[in-house]
Write a protein that binds this ligand. Structure first.
Ligand SMILES: Cc1cc2nc3c(=O)[nH]c(=O)nc-3n(C[C@H](O)[C@H](O)[C@H](O)COP(=O)(O)OP(=O)(O)OC[C@H]3O[C@@H](n4cnc5c(N)ncnc54)[C@H](O)[C@@H]3O)c2cc1C
Length: 471
């Protein structure tokens, strides 16, 4: 075999997954069709759970350094530094569980560096065109500048984005809903008087600083590629009724809100992660949170299966856990699209939702919808909360009073068994894939490598949890 796992796509999800696989002690190989990293400023942030996932691997300081500029750009372009649901900017930040504003190219640079330090090989200008499945592994047919190559591996993960090929090559279904709305946006130079930004009867005109955008109902035969000044001017005229001279459009982007999810994330030795597994509108900035958490969930499991320490059936828990989370994001982005559609009825609904968001409990509800922190995985054993939830990055105080963060103990990608003074005897149960940490300021818990709490209870339950995830 040329590699244990072929990761198709060096986007953020592919890079993070490959790093997780390497941390798990196996040999990933990333193949990417682009010769150079993309500079397209798509996502401008990652959510709470993705911030915590990257912090667990030691990337917290780099994220914090990028956040200040990212936050400034977010506030400039949105006219508010508060989070939003359907562009209703009222969501209060959670100081204990922050999200990170970072432009996607910078995030990809950071993840590429992380993967490189771990020794992940990335082959650029390599485009996967076909996959042949065998009994013990598979072969990817790859188009390269030197001609066609065949690369063999035990598994292949399609992290090749929403328009990726792996999904169709492997025969995954991709049901969902077509676009309701479409948006064109970019950095613009407008000359002469500019109509006020806001909602109009036929669409929304966004304008803040040098950023402008137009959201309208989607039509058949939408153009692709960069947005031309004439196209932007025509869209502004359609929505506002005003003629605006658009002298320049830079860093243009166009996106729609089709919502689709693969009917499974695994077909034998082929798996999907990130946008390859689910697409939806960027409203609320949830795509990367979802994709990076797919990678966090799959990486350690696939590594354990390849190492031969866990049965192949462990991989079925990947879709069981991540499928419902993807569906929940599709649900809330569809709801946001309904609230972003033009029309007086929607105006009225937006006013009511905005009023609801002033209630502290409702505000928290909308924040939780977008962050996913209350989404709980279903495990094959009975357990109560917090089991099944992602743990925040708590501080831990050891017997000598030294304070560390939970993320100080997670860089190796192993599980962590945190034991309070009454439970120290349970340390003997831990396997070599689990680090034992003593703490005096918290009750005992077991953390999986993806930051999910797998146990918080008695000795018998701990044995079940260790057997399930770390046998
Ligand atoms: C305008 C816009 C704004 C957004 N804003 C946000 C936001 O604020 N927050 C957020 O979380 N998300 C946001 N998103 C979504 C976010 O950009 C995506 O969720 C994210 O890019 C998904 O990452 P990925 O690694 O799964 O896929 P991608 O980033 O699409 O990467 C896939 C990679 O696979 C490569 N590839 C494709 N086919 C092949 C092949 N056959 N062989 C080899 N390589 C291949 C591609 O070249 C690419 O590099 C936004 C998206 C858009 C369009």
């Amino acid at each position: 075999m040329d590699a244990d796992v072929i990761v198709v796509g060096a986007g953020p999800v592919g890079l993070f997954l490959a790093a997780e696989l390497r941390l798990g002690g196996i040999r990933p190989l990333v193949v990417e069709r682009l010769a150079e990293p993309s500079t397209e400023r798509k996502a401008r942030g990652i959510g709470v759970l993705a911030t915590e996932a990257l912090t667990r691997r030691g990337l917290g300081p780099q994220l914090a350094a990028a956040h200040e500029e990212g936050m400034r750009d977010f506030a400039r372009d949105h006219g508010s530094s508060l989070g939003h649901f359907a562009n209703i900017h009222k969501l209060l930040p959670d100081e204990n569980r922050p999200r990170t504003h970072i432009w996607q190219p910078e995030l990809e640079r950071l993840l590429a560096g992380h993967a490189e330090v771990l020794g992940v090989p990335v082959r650029r200008a390599h485009r996967v065109t076909a996959i042949e499945s065998g009994v013990d592994g598979l072969t990817a047919i790859v188009e390269t500048p030197q001609g066609e190559q065949q690369i063999t591996a035990a598994y292949l993960v399609g992290c090749d984005g929403g328009r990726g090929k792996v999904r169709s090559l492997a025969g995954f279904g991709f049901p969902g809903t077509p676009p309701l709305l479409r948006t064109i946006a970019g950095e613009v130079r407008l000359e002469g008087p500019v109509p006020p930004a806001g909602r109009y009867p036929d669409g929304t005109f966004l304008h803040s600083g040098s950023m402008a955008g137009v959201t309208e109902f989607a039509r058949d035969g939408e153009p692709d590629g960069p947005v031309a000044p004439a196209e932007m001017a025509a869209a502004i005229r359609r929505v506002t009724g005003e003629d605006v001279t658009v002298a320049e459009v830079r860093e243009s982007r166009r996106f729609a809100d089709q919502a689709r999810q693969a009917d499974d994330y695994r077909r034998g030795r082929i798996l999907l992660a990130g946008d390859a597994a689910h697409v939806h509108s960027p409203s609320g900035g949830q795509g990367l949170n979802l994709g990076l958490l797919d990678a966090a969930n799959l990486g350690w499991k696939l590594a354990a299966v390849v190492r031969g320490e866990m049965p192949d059936t462990l991989l079925d828990s990947y879709f069981r856990e991540r499928g419902p989370v993807g569906a929940a994001v599709l649900r809330n982005t569809r709801a946001q699209s309904a609230l972003l559609a033009p029309g007086p009825q929607v105006d009225a609904l937006r006013e009511i939702v905005a009023e609801l968001m002033d209630l502290p409990q409702a505000n928290q509800y909308f924040s939780d919808l977008l962050s996913g922190v209350t989404e709980r995985y279903e495990f094959p054993y009975l357990a109560e909360e917090p089991v099944g939830l992602h743990s925040p990055d708590k501080s831990l105080v050891d017997d000598d009073g030294r304070v560390t963060r939970l993320s100080d103990h997670t860089r190796t990608g192993r599980g962590v068994l945190v034991l309070d003074p009454e439970s120290r005897g349970l340390a003997a149960l831990a396997t070599k894939r689990v680090e034992v940490v003593s703490a005096t300021n918290t009750e005992s818990f077991l953390l999986r490598p993806d930051g999910v709490i797998a146990w918080a209870g008695g000795e018998a339950e701990l044995k079940v949890a260790l057997d399930t995830w770390f046998a």
